[in-house]
Design a protein around this ligand. Structure first.
Ligand code: CP
Length: 316
């Protein structure tokens, strides 16, 4: 695997291999010395054209924990503000000879476009409404850690599915790992033809208790040119998930950032049924595994043990 652009490019075995690697990196993150030399001498550039807290910080930290040199560029405050094109910006950072470029961009297909311009590995950290594959992988990892397996589990994705790259990636990833997925939200925020992805549309009136996991999405206001719901208050009244709307065994996930009191109640965020903090923690280990796998997919990979790099201080 040279690039990570879409969950659709992965099969189940590849996901399982990558998440087994993430498991060994999660163990590394619990040590006193949390760094391994796997990417020493290599450079990773993160290039974010949209705001981010979780994805940008965890990719940056993941690369540092693997001992790579890291250059982080945010479009805001960079030469993009002076009118530099994506291609010119990419050519500029490519002069540093990066092994990987992690990009978030508002346009679907931007990450794929980079693969035609550079020889580096490209990681899609979110392209418009299209894909956010590392989010889907960390969500599968989080659920596997909690539930063991996704096989036969029922997952409801609730909220603004229409504008959500997380929904598109996660529907594919959850199904790939054996879960059945339903989407639920105001009709204006459910994409037409969603059934073609293999999931069904669950209606708000139907009991959410059927779900093992309720995966909440925020309203993607930055992608809305018009009003899709009568009001946020009305939306919250009908679709907000709070303790009153959950059965005792149900788990709740959210990719963040959350809008407390809109799609999710504070009582749920702060309860032990919420996996939100675990999702963030998983992001680091999974993104270490992604960078490691992409940058060791050549001849050197054969020299690496299957369960990940040998930690500093242990015999190789
Ligand atoms: N889930 C997610 O992509 O969060 P950020 O926008 O903070 O990166």
């Amino acid at each position: 695997m040279k690039h990570l652009l879409s969950i659709d490019d992965l099969d189940r075995e590849q996901v399982e291999t990558l998440l087994a690697r993430a498991d060994s990196f999660a163990e590394v993150t619990r040590r006193d010395i949390k760094k391994v030399p796997a990417l020493r001498g290599q450079t990773v550039v993160t290039l974010f054209y949209e705001s981010s807290t979780r994805t940008s910080s965890s990719f940056e930290l993941a690369a540092k924990r693997l001992s790579a040199d890291v250059v982080s560029v945010k479009a805001s405050g960079s030469a993009v503000d002076k009118g530099e094109s994506l291609k010119d910006t990419v050519e500029t950072i490519y002069a540093y000879d990066p092994a990987a470029i992690v990009i978030r961009h508002p346009y679907a297909g931007a990450a794929k476009m980079l693969t035609r311009w550079v020889d580096a590995s490209v990681v899609n950290a979110g392209d418009g409404m299209h894909q956010h594959p590392s989010q889907a992988l960390l969500d599968v990892f989080t659920l596997q850690n909690r539930m063991g397996s996704l096989e036969g589990k029922k997952i409801w994705i609730v909220g603004d599915v229409l504008h959500s790259r997380v929904a598109r990636s996660n529907i594919a990833a959850f199904q790939l790992m054996g879960a059945s997925v339903s989407v639920c939200g105001p009709p204006t925020l459910i994409p037409r033809g969603i059934e073609s992805t293999g999931c069904d549309e669950a209606f708000a009136g139907r009991s959410r208790e059927q779900a093992d996991v309720v995966y909440l999405l925020r309203m993607q206001n930055e992608r809305m040119g018009e009003n899709f719901v009568p009001s946020i208050r009305e939306y919250a009244r009908l679709f907000q998930v709070n303790e009153r709307r959950l059965g005792p065994r149900q788990l709740v996930m959210h990719p963040g950032p959350v809008n407390r009191g809109v799609e999710i109640g504070s009582d749920v965020i702060d309860s032990d049924r919420s996996l939100i903090s675990e999702q963030v923690a998983s992001g680091l280990a999974v993104r270490m595994a992604i960078l490691y796998d992409l940058l060791n997919s050549g001849d050197d990979a054969a020299e690496q043990p299957a369960d990940g790099p040998v930690p500093i201080g242990e015999p190789a």
